[in-house]
Structures are given as structure tokens and as C-alpha cells.
Design a binder for this molecule. Structure first.
Ligand SMILES: *Cc1c(COP(=O)(O)O)cnc(C)c1O
Length: 413
């Protein structure tokens, strides 16, 4: 064995690509231990919202660390969790009254799926089929993979995945096909439909309009099929509003939040549920409780970080920063040379690099390496290039990101 013992996620160690070492970060900037700097153009995989090491969030973690580190959360509670849950319920749509904590986006999805099945089972109804959207991504645990796109990322694990019903992505010229497929699945008694509102992230930053989201919600409601909004990526301002669902004027039955929940500082997730879903699990019968926990459920340090994030949202002009970044992004992506189908959704900008199949197969790693060597952290999805920076990114930094992206695309052949 040579080098580091670390086995990195989504990394082919056989290719021996450079793995830069980052020593510290602030705002949109990462600093290497060797003096190099990188502009974090993808928010460290979509988590960093306000900026790295936001002083208020860092201070909240430090302060909490002096009081209570960790506590069993089955049958016990603590102030950071109580405060955070109460504030979240106040901030989120009124019908989402219950907060279940977990540790990652994937687990928040697993929890939502289990709650949906628990709801139907405890009501004595035979509904267990899950409906998903083509090209979706909901995480990498077995259940989350089962409801996500089937491809090279999970082909090996296919024997472990459960069956779902899939509706086509709502392409602008064929939304009715999606509606009809959802209608058919719901009328056949589907338990729940899970979807990423407005933007399918890992699927290639595929965007669809709020009116379509509203119609999908309407179809589910008409058949009692529970609507699960996976806002793990889209939440916390990413699409221009606190939640993407707001733009469609809809409220889901179950809402998954993670990534920006702590401003992107430490791991935490929540699944918010409506009162009927919670009530379906209430009984003198212990067999009807919600059977889920992980060791670090509602870790106090993470809850303190999330509470500080909520304070930042309340007290800093976050909505203005988001609107400002959205405008800056859309002006730049349309001016990016060498790409097709430029699009934005709030603070997210994306486009495709056209080309032949062999060329496209290596485009993402080559462009990532070029950007890395020119001071920018980028990670294209196949031939989809995108920029999703922290909201504090400066004018000059954003210019540099687009400059490096244009140079990187131009030198590909
Ligand atoms: C990132 C992501 C997840 C998984 O979150 P993890 O914290 O990586 O487990 C789930 N859903 C969506 C939409 C995501 O973007």
C-alpha cells in the first residue's frame, strides 16, 4: 500500500488523479496547505450556502461544544433540538408540523419513504408502491438508490434495489405524458411520489417549471398518494426561494431537507411531516411507532449550527443575496461560449458542452482537472457544466469561474 489509506467517495483511485489537500476556507475560497487557492464554484457539492466558515455558525458550534456534545434522542431531548424544531416549523409551510431528525440527505429520504409506508400500514391500507421521476437522484443508500435513476452508478447493486414506478421527466413539449403516467400510477394505489422540485440535480441540472410541479402535486392529492418533496439540494435559497415548492404554491406531505440546513457546515437532516402522517403512528400499540433512529439523531452541535443558519436567514439579507446571485448567474451562463441549452434556476446555472460520445465520456474529469489547476473547484455532470456557488461569491470570483470554464471548454479536443 502506498500513500493515504483513505478510500474517497466517487473516486477512481486507479486513475491516480491528484487529490488536493485543503487546509482552511472562508467565504467562497478554499486554501491549500501549499499556498494554492480555489474558488469553490460548486459549494463543496451543493452544501455551502452563505459561505465557508460563516462566523455566526462557527460560533454557535463552539458555544454548544462547551455545553452538551451528544445525547440519546429516543425518549430524551435537548434545547438545541427543541429550539431548532420549533423555529423550523415556524419557518416552513404551516401544514408541516412534525420534525424528524437524521444525518444526511439520503437518510432523510429513507425516513420519508418509511413514514409513507408506515402511514398506509397503520391505517390498514395496502399501499406500498413508490412513484419516482426519470433522472432523479435521492442519495446513495439502498432505499434512496431504489427511488433514483438506474445507471452506471448503481448497476452493480441492482439486486438489492426495490421496484418502483417511474414517470418520464416532464419535457416542455411532452408534459402530458408525465401527467398521464403519474395519474395511472396514483390511480393504481401508489403509496407516495417522490420528486426533486424544479431541478433534478445529479440528473444533469434538468429544470422544469413551477406550473408542472403544481400539476404533479394536484394529481397526487386527487388520489391520496403522498407527495414527498426532496429539497435536499433545492432548499435554502438554491432555486431563488427558501423552498423550490414555494414557487409552485404547493406544500408536500413530506419534506426532506439537509445540505444547506446547517449552512453546509456539519451534517444534519430533517424530514418534516404533516399531522395526519404523525397521527397515523400514534397509538397505545408500540408496534405502530416509527421504527427509525441513528446514533447521532439530532446531534446537539449540528442542531446549534442549524439554529444559527436560521438566524442568518432571519437577520441577514439572504434573499437579496440570492436574487443578486441569480441575476449575475443568468447574465454569465448565456454569454458562456461553446455550450448549448444555457439555463438557470435561481442561483444554479447550467449548460451542455456538445460533442461526440468518446469526447463527452472524459469531459467531466478533464474539465475538473483544468479548473483545479487554474484555481477553481468545478465538477461537471457528464457533459453538463454548472456553477452553484456560495451566495457570498464576489463579482470578481464569479467572473474568474466563468473565464476558467470558457478556457477549459475551449482547450478540450
Ligand atoms: C445530495 C442529495 C441527496 C443525498 O444527500 P446526502 O447528504 O449526500 O446523503 C438526496 N437528494 C438530493 C436531491 C440531493 O441532491
Amino acid at each position: 500500500m502506498s500513500g493515504s489509506p483513505i478510500w474517497h467517495p466517487f473516486t477512481q483511485h486507479g486513475l491516480a488523479e491528484e487529490i488536493p489537500l485543503v487546509a482552511r476556507a472562508e467565504d467562497a475560497l478554499l486554501h491549500g496547505d501549499d499556498g494554492r487557492q480555489w474558488i469553490d464554484a460548486i459549494s463543496s457539492w451543493w452544501v455551502t450556502t452563505h459561505g465557508h466558515c460563516h462566523p455566526r455558525i462557527m460560533a454557535a458550534i463552539a458555544e454548544q461544544a462547551g455545553r452538551l456534545d451528544q445525547l440519546i434522542f429516543a425518549g430524551w431531548t435537548h434545547e438545541p433540538a427543541e429550539q431548532l424544531a420549533a423555529e423550523l416549523v415556524g419557518m416552513m409551510p404551516a401544514s408541516l408540523t412534525r420534525v424528524f431528525f437524521s444525518d444526511s440527505g439520503s437518510t432523510s429520504v429513507e425516513v420519508a419513504l418509511k413514514m409513507a409506508l408506515g402511514y398506509w400500514a397503520n391505517r390498514g391500507e395496502e399501499r406500498h408502491r413508490i412513484v419516482v421521476m426519470e433522472h432523479s437522484y435521492h442519495g446513495d443508500t439502498i432505499g434512496a438508490m431504489s427511488v433514483g435513476h438506474r445507471g452506471v452508478f448503481n448497476r452493480t447493486y441492482a439486486p438489492l434495489l426495490f421496484d418502483v414506478a417511474t414517470v418520464p421527466f416532464p419535457h416542455a413539449d411532452a408534459v402530458q405524458v408525465t401527467y398521464d403516467a403519474l395519474e395511472a400510477a396514483c390511480s393504481a394505489g401508489a403509496a407516495a411520489f417522490i420528486v426533486e422540485p424544479l431541478v433534478l440535480g445529479s440528473g444533469g441540472m434538468l429544470v422544469y417549471p413551477p406550473a408542472v410541479l403544481a400539476e404533479l402535486r394536484r394529481i397526487c392529492a386527487a388520489h391520496g398518494t403522498l407527495f414527498i418533496a426532496d429539497e435536499v439540494m433545492t432548499g435554502w435559497g438554491r432555486t431563488g426561494t427558501l423552498l423550490a415548492c414555494e414557487q409552485a404554491g404547493i406544500v408536500p406531505d413530506l419534506l426532506c431537507l439537509s445540505k444547506g440546513l446547517t449552512g453546509g457546515s456539519v451534517p444534519l437532516a430533517v424530514t418534516l411531516a404533516t399531522e395526519p402522517i404523525y397521527a397515523a403512528h400514534l397509538s397505545p400499540d408500540r408496534a405502530k411507532m416509527f421504527f427509525h433512529s441513528s446514533s447521532y439523531t439530532a446531534n446537539p452541535l449540528a442542531c446549534a449550527a442549524a439554529a444559527a443558519n436560521l438566524a442568518v436567514w432571519r437577520e441577514e439579507p439572504v434573499a437579496e443575496r440570492v436574487a443578486d446571485l441569480a441575476a449575475r448567474q443568468s447574465a454569465r451562463i448565456v454569454a458562456l461560449p461553446g455550450v448549448e441549452n444555457p439555463r438557470t434556476c435561481g442561483t444554479i446555472a447550467a449548460a451542455e458542452v456538445p460533442g461526440g460520445e468518446g469526447y463527452l465520456a472524459t469531459l467531466a474529469p478533464r474539465l475538473s482537472a483544468f479548473a483545479r489547476d487554474h484555481g477553481v473547484l468545478l465538477r461537471p455532470l457528464g457533459n453538463t457544466v454548472y456553477v452553484m456557488p456560495p451566495y457570498c461569491i464576489t463579482e470578481a470570483q464569479l467572473d474568474r469561474v466563468y473565464e476558467v470554464m470558457a478556457e477549459g471548454i475551449a482547450q478540450l479536443d
